[in-house]
Structures are given as C-alpha cells and as structure tokens.
Ligand binder design. Structure first.
Ligand code: 4AD
Ligand code: MG
Length: 458
C-alpha cells in the first residue's frame, strides 16, 4: 500500500511540506465543529500524532463521517502543511476507512490504568505508553548488539531446550511431548519414553554453552529468551525474560566488572541519544528526574563494595529490615535497595559473595569462604546483572559440584573445558526487562514485555 511513515514526514518535513502525501494509521482522538473537524492519527512509527484537518467547505461532512471514530484504521491523502500549533498538519483531500471500529473498542478514553491495560495485551501497543516502551526496548536491543559487535564479540545462539541446569536452583520448566496419562513406576522410566529419552528443560541461562563457545571463539555473547519457574510474584520477576550473556576468555573478575560498567553506560547513552521523544515522555509522565538520573549514570563511576562491607553498612544503617542481615545470608531486595538508593544513590557492584549462596561455577577466592562474583544493583530495582569469574581449576570445580550434590557425569563437557587448555574467563547476565525498567522508569516488569508470562498468568 503506497504511503509514507508519519515519522518520516516529521523528520524530513522540508522534503514534503506543501506537497500531497498519503498516510495510514489509527484514530487516537477526534473533534468535530461546525466548519471544521480534526483527527489525531498515529501509525506507530513515532510517538507524535499527525493532525488531520477536514475543512467542511472543501469536503462534505458526509464523506468523512465514518472516519471520526476512535480506533478506526484510515488511509488518508492530503496536503502536508505548516501549522502554528502543531508544527505541521495535513489538510485532508480524501479519506478511506480501511477498518471500522465499533463502540466496544476498549481504548475509548485518553488515559487508562496500567492494570486495565494488562488485561488487553493484544491492544495496548496502540497506546502512547506502550508505543514508547516498545520503541525504547527496540533501540536498547539494537544498542546491545552494536556494543558487542563494535568490541569484537561473536553473537552465538545457545539452545533453549537443554538437559542441564545452569544455575543449579532447579526452578525449571520441563519440555515434554508425553501425554497426560502415565503409569510409569520411576522418573527414569517416564523420561525414557519422552522425546529426548531423558528429562529436558527450558534453559534458565545460556552460560554453560556460552562458555563452550567462548573457549574457542574468545569473546561471545548470547541474547535470547530464558525461563525461570520460580514462584516469585513480584514486579521484577517474569517466567520468560530476555537475557544478555557475554563470556570473555582471558578476563578476570576486575576485567569483567570494567566491561560491564562500560557496556551499561554505552547502551544507556545510545538510548538517551536515540529516543529523546520517548524519554521526555517518561520523564514527564512516569519518573520525574529520569533524564538527569540517566545522564548522571553515564558520566560518573559506579560504586563498588564487598559483600562483607555491605553487611556491615546494612547493620549500621539503623534501618528496620523485614529480613535481618547476617553474614552468609543472601541480600534481599530491601537490602539491595538501601545500598543503591540510600547509601550510594547510584549503581553499585557488590563483590565477593559467600560461596554457599552462589552458583557452583564461580571462582573460589583464596579466603576459602567467598567467590569472585558480583551483582550490579541499581536504584529503584535492585539486581540487574549477575556476574562472575568462572572457576578454571577442575579439582576446585568438581569439589564445589560435589558439595551441591550435582551429578558430575551430566557436566562432563563442561568439566572438559577445564581439562583441555583451561583459561581464566568471566561473564555476566543482564536481564533486558530489568535494564529497560531502569531506563524508562516503568515500575512493573509486566509492562516491559509484549505478552508477559508470570506465575499464574499466561
Ligand atoms: O543472576 P542470574 O541468575 O545469573 C545467571 O543466570 C548467570 N548464568 C549469568 C551469567 O553469568 N552468564 O540472572 C542474570 C540476570 C539477573 O541479574 C536479572 O537481571 C535477570 O537475569 N533475571 C530476571 N529477570 C526477570 N525475571 C526473572 N525471573 C529473572 N531472573 C533473573
Ligand atoms: Mg543473580
């Protein structure tokens, strides 16, 4: 269908001003008066609507009355002209209704609550809020690829169906073709009949396969969906989320922390530079001071503190936490938020966590108690990155696995990496939705995904 994007009209208006153009889009709002009618048309290419002006002296009201309908899809021919109020608008010559829209269209009002919009995920991309969220998600994803491509990383595609459990937490979805009815006596018997002849899961992380790719390709990154069956019904947990996982050979924990900080600043700057309209909107509507916050993040150093120090800070804070802090216990969201929101007021890397609360693959520090791991915490959210140097010593790695009762034979290939030309290497995982929340100020992870999957809701 021959037409021009509304974004293109506004962006290169000098090429189109005072010429006839064809645009397509949906009616956001309309107004009708005695001699003139207006429609705000949006085609999804930019946040800004194109104002259509119908002069009743030129066009009989009868010829466009079916277009004055919220939600209707239109094709419009008209002259693109300067306008005092809107910069530019279109003096309509002809309008075709491509798709009508009956009165039960749920988006009749200008403002709807996010809770209500969550009940109509198939229609919410037609609102300004979600148009802005998905525009930023798009540019953010591009920036992530751009960073790694410019820095010599190879994009690899790790499997989604896997036989292993990367994080060792066991919170995995099972992938199966088995019928509902079964009369097997043991789990082994049951899985033997299944598609792969063994238990298969949706991956929680591409890291283990990422390490295998990196120990041949040097520097890699993954960018794909990962799945967690944890029953965390919070504003920051989704059962299906997108994760970015770089893995870098010949890099220790200090190197990877430097990379992570450089990467986060780069992708935020890219969004600030390329989504000014969207961020302006979020700055006004969602989080006052958002732009100042992002600019401060780009231009200042992130804080760094050891877990052990962080526990001391939390104990001395005088705060009444719901979960008391003790050395050896995992930091809860309330602790993370105190450190990053009140103590540092900026992103902070917490390093050297107790080995017992972290995954088996992390490099064991000489103190015998902690591992070379870090979480990056940011104000308003808490953890956005989980990061570590990997244990490169077979003996130490096997010991950590045995302590966790892991079946070594299932991790033979992973252990081979330490047997054949082992190297210091490190990596991290960034949750795309978490950084998107941080950049936009969106408060609920359900509003960053096209079709969010969370516990009890599909
Ligand atoms: O800290 P996590 O569990 O780390 C890993 O999976 C490592 N294998 C990463 C690596 O070193 N390659 O998860 C990494 C990040 C978290 O910091 C968080 O941003 C995000 O993934 N994440 C979630 N995001 C949304 N919903 C969930 N349920 C999430 N679980 C983790
Ligand atoms: Mg983590």
């Amino acid at each position: 269908m021959k037409h021009i994007d509304i974004k293109e009209l506004f962006q290169h208006s000098e090429n189109y001003v005072n010429s006839d153009q064809t645009v397509c889009g949906w009616v956001r709002t309309w107004r009708d008066s005695k001699s003139i009618a207006f429609i705000e048309l949006n085609d999804g290419t930019c946040l800004k609507n194109l104002q259509l002006v119908f002069d009743k002296e030129e066009m009989p009201a009868e010829s466009f009355k079916d277009a004055l309908v919220v939600g209707a899809a239109l094709q419009v021919v008209g002259k693109f002209i300067p306008s005092e109020r809107n910069g530019f608008e279109m003096a309509v010559k002809n309008v075709t209704v491509l798709g009508g829209c009956p009165q039960d269209y749920p988006l009749q009002k200008k403002h709807h609550t996010l809770e209500f919009l969550r009940t109509i995920p198939h229609l919410r991309p037609r609102t300004k809020y979600f148009e802005a969220v998905f525009a930023v998600r798009d540019k953010l994803s591009f920036a992530i690829h751009k960073y790694f491509q410019e820095h010599g990383y190879k994009y690899v595609h790790t499997p989604i169906i896997t036989g292993s459990d990367c994080e060792g937490a066991g919170e995995m979805f099972r992938a199966t073709t088995m019928p509902w009815k079964t009369d097997f006596k043991t789990e082994q018997e049951y899985y033997a009949e299944d598609f792969f002849g063994k238990r298969a899961n949706l991956t929680v992380s591409g890291q283990l396969e990422g390490e295998m790719a990196a120990t041949g390709l040097g520097k890699i990154y993954t960018f794909g969906p990962t799945f967690r069956a944890e029953h965390s019904n919070t504003t920051r947990h989704a059962a299906e989320f997108w994760q970015i996982e770089p893995e870098v050979c010949f890099a220790d924990i200090h190197d990877i922390i430097e990379i992570a900080e450089d990467f986060i600043k780069y992708i935020i700057k890219y969004v600030v530079d390329n989504c000014p309209e969207e961020l302006e909107y979020f700055n006004e509507r969602i989080e006052k001071g958002l732009l100042d916050k992002l600019n401060a993040v780009i231009s200042s150093d992130f804080a760094k503190i050891t877990y052990t120090e962080a526990v001391k800070v939390l104990k001395k804070s005088g705060k009444e936490f719901k979960f008391p802090v003790e050395w050896g216990s995992d930091l809860q969201t309330e602790h993370e938020r105190y450190l990053t929101e009140e103590y540092y007021k900026k992103p902070v890397f917490v390093v050297d966590y107790p080995a017992d609360i972290k995954a088996f693959y992390m490099k064991q520090n000489p103190d015998g108690k902690t591992v070379a791991a870090t979480d990056l915490l940011v104000p308003g959210i808490g953890e956005i990155i989980g990061c570590s140097e990997r244990e490169a010593d077979t003996v130490k790695l096997e010991k950590a696995m045995k302590v966790r009762n892991m079946p070594l034979e299932s991790y033979r290939e992973y252990l081979d990496l330490r047997k054949y030309g082992t190297v210091p290497h490190s990596g991290f995982g960034l949750g795309l939705e978490r950084i998107l929340m941080y950049i936009t100020g969106v408060q609920n992870i359900r509003d960053t995904l096209l079709f969010p999957r969370t516990v009890g809701s599909l």
